[in-house]
Design a protein around this ligand. Structure first.
Ligand SMILES: Cc1cc2nc3c(=O)[nH]c(=O)nc-3n(C[C@H](O)[C@H](O)[C@H](O)COP(=O)(O)OP(=O)(O)OC[C@H]3O[C@@H](n4cnc5c(N)ncnc54)[C@H](O)[C@@H]3O)c2cc1C
Length: 487
């Protein structure tokens, strides 16, 4: 908080969509749109972008895909340049205004929100700055879907795409980034070459595995605690122009897990994850979604699926061009949105489970759930992940070579006042249950809402002291990303 009680306005020339912002009132913690002639003033730095304060915009940025938590900022910056982020963070540091970077706001527990602070809406920093033969440099606000629209025609792709690609690069690198190729390549945070970031002290620095590695390894999966990512250099790998997709339904959990294991170890497929939905006949349908990319000659289905136990009628195979295939989930989410379902409250529980315990943990968890627990727009997902055992500090996976992301993604009706507390308690129980088996938190969802600072210390365990050093070094005033309440 500002110590001074003297009424002072920060005066500047900041364009808003509807008004001209003339200053910041540090006592009232609000931006002012008219200046008082006798008021001491401090200049706001020049901005290439816009600072927005109208109530409708503030309400939009006081929300996320969860629609459960609402922290209203005092302003939203849509930066016109990387320099704007530097200027804004320095300004906020000076005036002790908290800052949250926001990608697409698709976390569900207020992670990208900040009460009475500044949201930096990175969606305007969305340029692809350079595409090479094996890497790409992007501004961090770009969505993965917009990046692959440019790389796939060149026969190139980032090694791991999230299942839903309408997420920002900066947002998923701040969380982990899990997709169908994670069984082979790990998380998106395992597939980064270099980051350019603005620290909590307003310093623009480059970091990588070899340059400022403490900062780099804290940022990846670090939920925006140490710096704002403004640029990322990412590897690109070859990808065929087409994809063969295999959707296989199981009602028998042991057969499903056995076939999932065969697919991930056979070394043929390029991607796999599972969707678990209620079986109208009772129990659950476990749906494997696997794929193999190809150029002109489709793969031989019987070779790809060799050794699996599924009965033939349970298989649907189809061919798509690669961009369409990679964005199928986006189409499904857009369809749900057209039905109004994305606007429902969502309480999401997301945990990483050691591979050796996944089958029993998933089955015992599902035994306690029914269709009503998922609500009108509910899914359960399982992503197999190869643990790259990288140097990341903040991105915590169970210490086994093969692990699974287990997501229970529920929704409720806004009129159901019991929905949020009931499902939050279940999400917390999911976390505690997985922890008891050596599991860890994927902080994208709602479980962070149930966590105390002591829970975070326990979650980070042996790496907490290193993360605390990173926080003390790079955001000593604790202005960055207060949403998850980690520090
Ligand atoms: C429909 C849907 C599908 C999803 N599918 C997947 C999936 O397949 N795989 C997966 O792994 N996850 C998935 N997620 C979860 C998603 O990865 C997280 O919600 C992630 O946070 C989304 O990125 P975002 O751009 O919306 O980030 P936001 O939610 O806006 O931000 C997330 C966190 O990162 C911080 N942050 C954002 N940008 C930056 C930046 N540039 N620098 C520093 N910190 C930053 C924010 O402050 C916040 O703490 C899905 C979510 C939804 C709603």
């Amino acid at each position: 908080m500002i110590a001074s009680t003297r009424r002072s306005f920060v005066k500047g020339l900041v364009a808003s969509t509807s008004v001209l912002i003339l200053g910041f009132d540090p006592v009232r913690r609000s931006w002012v749109t008219s200046a008082l002639a006798d008021t001491p003033t401090i200049s706001i730095p020049h901005l290439d972008g816009v600072l927005i304060t109208d109530p409708a915009t503030l309400a939009t940025f006081a929300d996320d895909f969860g629609h459960v938590i609402h922290h209203t900022p005092i302003a939203v910056l849509q930066p016109g340049s990387v320099d704007d982020v530097v200027r804004a963070v320095r300004f906020c540091l000076e005036h002790r205004i908290q800052v949250a970077a926001r990608g697409q706001g698709h976390s569900t527990g207020g992670q990208s929100q900040v009460q009475g602070g500044l949201v930096i809406d990175s969606s305007t920093l969305n340029a692809i700055e350079h595409i090479g033969s094996n890497s790409v440099q992007v501004q961090a606000g770009i969505r993965w879907i917009d990046l692959i629209a440019k790389t796939i025609p060149l026969g190139l792709t980032p090694p791991v795409l999230t299942g839903f690609t309408g997420l920002s690069v900066g947002g998923t690198l701040s969380m982990g980034g899990i997709g169908a190729a994670s069984f082979k390549f790990g998380a998106q945070v395992d597939n980064v070459i270099e980051l350019e970031v603005v620290t909590g002290e307003g310093l623009l620095v480059t970091c990588s595995k070899t340059e400022l590695p403490l900062l780099y390894n804290a940022i990846l999966g670090g939920v925006g605690q140490y710096a704002i990512v403004v640029r990322a250099t990412l590897p690109l790998v070859s990808v065929g122009a087409n994809a063969r997709s295999y959707v296989i339904n199981y009602t028998d959990a042991p057969t499903f897990f056995s076939d999932m294991n065969k697919l991930t170890t056979a070394g043929i497929i390029d991607g796999v994850y599972a969707l678990i939905v209620p079986n109208p006949a009772g129990g659950w349908v476990y749906q494997i979604n696997a794929n193999k990319y190809f150029g002109t000659t489709p793969p031989d289905d019987s070779t790809v699926l060799a050794g699996l136990a599924f009965p033939p009628p349970a298989l649907t195979a189809a061919t798509y061009d690669t961009y369409t295939f990679d964005t199928l989930v986006d189409q499904q989410i857009a369809f749900l949105g057209s039905l109004g379902l994305n606007a429902l409250p969502h309480v999401w529980g997301d945990v990483f489970v050691p591979g050796s315990s996944t089958s029993s943990f998933v089955q015992s968890t599902l035994a306690t759930l029914g269709p009503a627990d998922l609500g009108p727009e509910g899914f359960i997902l399982l992503f197999p992940i190869r643990n790259a055992f990288s140097e990341e500090l903040a991105f915590r996976l169970p210490r086994e070579e093969n692990v699974f992301l287990f997501d229970i993604l529920s929704s409720g009706l806004p009129t159901d006042t019991a929905y949020v507390p009931t499902e939050l308690a279940k999400a917390r129980a999911l976390f505690d249950g997985s922890r008891a088996l050596g599991g860890t938190l994927y902080p994208i969802g709602s479980i962070p809402l149930t966590m105390s600072k002591a829970d975070w210390v326990r979650e980070y365990g042996v790496v907490y002291p290193a993360l605390k050093i990173a926080k003390d070094l790079f955001d000593p005033a604790r202005i960055l990303t207060p949403g998850p309440g980690i520090f």
